[in-house]
Design a protein around this ligand. Structure first.
Ligand SMILES: Cc1cc2nc3c(=O)[nH]c(=O)nc-3n(C[C@H](O)[C@H](O)[C@H](O)COP(=O)(O)O)c2cc1C
Length: 201
């Protein structure tokens, strides 16, 4: 059975463009494949705690002594298992201050573990979550895919690098841009992103 892991990270609830686009994509996937198993992680409603002095080493090494370390490791293991089980990952990633929301970054901090998501060899780093496909919905107030603000985009290159480092190289980015440029630009951006996502799904 195909499994889809859905990550939402917008802090804007029902008003969120990325959530709406992710939802439309998941509905299409369900329609095409009624047997699909969908696992949803709402990183806003159910945030992954930041790594801290007590939990960092436990998550990175898999060795836990205190209750906080055991909890962090159990959560990390659960997130890793969810990702391992998924054939497709759909990520809703708003642009926050030119990058991704810290809630989504925390998810990566708990999942990109040495020896599990990647390993180093003489040939350099190797991603271990191969054979998966990712669809990333990026919502942005401004325009970053072309023009002078292109160099300010720390969202898409960061996501591409983190996914690629874990071996997930089949990634489609769909951008809803210029959402802050007025109602017409906003509607057009959402319409275009939806059309692109319909082709992807
Ligand atoms: C905390 C915060 C920071 C933001 N920073 C940026 C930014 O750096 N560049 C940008 O183009 N839009 C920025 N925006 C606008 C959002 O990218 C835009 O509202 C987008 O629709 C958010 O995605 P969502 O609708 O899925 O929540 C920011 C919004 C918030 C709430």
């Amino acid at each position: 059975m195909a499994t889809v892991l859905v990550l939402n990270s917008s802090a804007s609830g029902a008003d969120s463009v990325s959530r709406q686009l992710v939802q439309a994509t998941v509905s299409r996937l369900r329609h095409q494949n009624p047997g699909v198993h969908v696992v949803e992680r709402d990183l806003d409603a159910d945030p992954i705690p930041h790594l801290n002095i007590e939990t960092t080493t436990a998550v990175r090494t898999g060795l836990a002594e205190t209750a906080a370390q055991r909890d962090a490791l159990a959560l990390s293991n659960a997130l890793v298992e969810e990702l391992k089980a998924a054939d497709t990952i759909v990520i809703g990633a708003p642009m926050y201050n030119f990058g991704i929301p810290s809630t989504l970054k925390s998810w990566f901090d708990y999942v990109l573990r040495p020896g599990i998501a990647f390993r180093y060899s003489e040939a350099g780093p190797e991603g271990l979550f191969k054979g998966k496909r990712a669809v990333v919905v990026e919502s942005r107030g401004g325009l970053y895919s072309s023009g002078p603000a292109q160099v300010m985009d720390s969202q898409e290159p960061h996501l591409r690098t983190m996914l690629g480092f874990a071996g997930i190289t089949d990634v489609t980015f769909v951008r809803a841009e210029k959402l802050g440029f007025g109602p017409e630009a906003r509607e057009e951006a959402i319409r275009n992103a939806n059309a692109e996502l319909a082709l992807v799904a």
